[in-house]
Design a protein around this ligand. Structure first.
Ligand SMILES: Cc1cc2nc3c(=O)[nH]c(=O)nc-3n(C[C@H](O)[C@H](O)[C@H](O)COP(=O)(O)O)c2cc1C
Length: 220
C-alpha cells in the first residue's frame, strides 16, 4: 500500500481475529518504528513485544478492565441507573467492544527509557523529547502495520487505572515507563471511517490550519 494511503486508511482497530503475525512481518514493523526521529539522537525508547500467551492474555484483561473504568467515568449513566448498574453497563460495553483483544497474537508496548543525556536543568525538555520521539515511533508502527494489513490501536487508558499491573506483567524496572501500548493483529475487516460519536466531533482539517498567524484558518 502507498504511504499516503496507509496514513489515511489507518484506523483504530478494536476487533481482531486470532490469525498469527509472521515473525518477519513483525520484525519489519519494529525496524521501521525505530527509524523515527529521536530527540538529540537519544533513542530513549524500547519496544516490548509480547507473544507469550499468558502475558498477552493478562494484558488483554487489564486493557478491557481499564476500558470498563474509563467508560464508567467518561460516559453518562442511563437515566435512573444506579452507580452499580452504570458500572455493570460499562463492563459489558468494554467486553462487547474489546473482547476480541483476548485473541490478539501480539501486543507491543512503547516504552520510554530515559538516557539522561541532557543537563539536569533541561530535564523538562528531555521528558518532552522522550514522549514525542516515542509517539513518532509508534505512529510509524501504526502506519506500517496498516500498509501490511495489520490492525493496531494506540492505547493509553491503562495509564490511569492499571499501569502498575502492566509493569508487573512484563517485569518493567521503575525507570522504564510504558507510555502507550497496542495490539497487533489481523482484523476481520478494517473500519472504513470513524465511529459516529467520534465523527460527530471531528473538526475539518482546514479549520485546524492557520496561515501565517493564529486565527487565519483555511475555512475562515
Ligand atoms: C494519545 C492517544 C491515546 C489513545 N488511547 C486510546 C485508548 O486507551 N483506548 C482506545 O481504544 N483508543 C485510544 N486511542 C485511539 C483514539 O480513540 C482514536 O485514534 C481516535 O478516536 C481517532 O480514530 P482513528 O485512530 O481511527 O483515526 C488513543 C489515541 C491516541 C492518539
Amino acid at each position: 500500500m502507498e504511504t499516503l494511503d496507509a496514513i489515511t486508511k489507518r484506523r483504530a482497530v478494536r476487533t481482531y481475529t486470532d490469525q498469527p503475525v509472521e515473525d518477519a512481518t513483525l520484525d519489519e514493523l519494529l525496524r521501521v518504528a525505530l527509524a523515527a526521529p529521536t530527540g538529540s539522537g537519544a533513542q530513549a525508547w524500547s519496544l516490548l513485544v509480547v507473544r507469550d500467551p499468558e502475558r498477552r492474555r493478562a494484558i488483554a484483561e487489564l486493557v478491557i478492565a481499564g476500558a470498563a473504568h474509563y467508560f464508567t467515568l467518561m460516559r453518562p449513566p442511563a437515566e435512573g441507573a444506579t452507580p452499580t448498574e452504570h458500572a455493570r453497563w460499562a463492563g459489558e460495553y468494554a467486553e462487547t467492544t474489546l473482547g476480541s483483544y483476548r485473541l490478539v497474537p501480539v501486543w507491543i508496548l512503547g516504552l520510554v527509557v530515559p538516557r539522561h543525556r541532557y543537563p539536569a536543568s533541561m530535564r523538562d525538555l528531555e521528558q518532552i523529547d522522550e514522549t514525542v520521539s516515542l509517539a513518532f515511533a509508534m505512529e510509524n508502527l501504526f502506519v506500517a502495520a496498516r500498509s501490511l494489513g495489520l490492525g493496531t490501536v494506540p492505547t493509553t487508558a491503562f495509564q490511569h487505572f492499571e499501569k502498575n499491573q502492566l509493569r508487573t506483567i512484563v517485569d518493567l524496572p521503575d525507570e522504564v515507563d510504558p507510555l502507550i501500548i497496542t495490539p497487533v493483529g489481523v482484523p476481520p475487516a478494517f473500519p472504513e471511517g470513524l465511529p459516529p460519536a467520534i465523527k460527530r466531533i471531528r473538526r475539518p482539517w482546514r479549520s485546524l490550519v492557520h496561515d501565517d498567524a493564529w486565527g487565519n484558518t483555511r475555512d475562515s
